[in-house]
Design a protein around this ligand. Sequence first.
Ligand SMILES: [Zn+2]
Length: 83
Amino acid sequence: MILSTEELDEVCPNCGAKLVLYTTANGKKMKKCSTSGWDKEKKVATGCTYVQWLRPGEYASQTQSGGEEFLPPEEPPLPDKEA
Ligand SMILES: [Zn+2]
């Protein structure tokens, strides 16, 4: 698996920490809080759980609506068949 993270110039709306752009092995991208982690034993997220999945192309441009405080639940990765 080739995963990459890239620190963004954005801060987490939840805790104010830096966000990172995370690219999954499937090439999907998500913004997540840099304080977030994963407890492999308990299989639970640790730290801040803020995450925003990005649809292809969306990460190139900013979202249009600012000030949105909707916190998405932890979504599973989008299905690959969706194209
Ligand atoms: Zn956070």
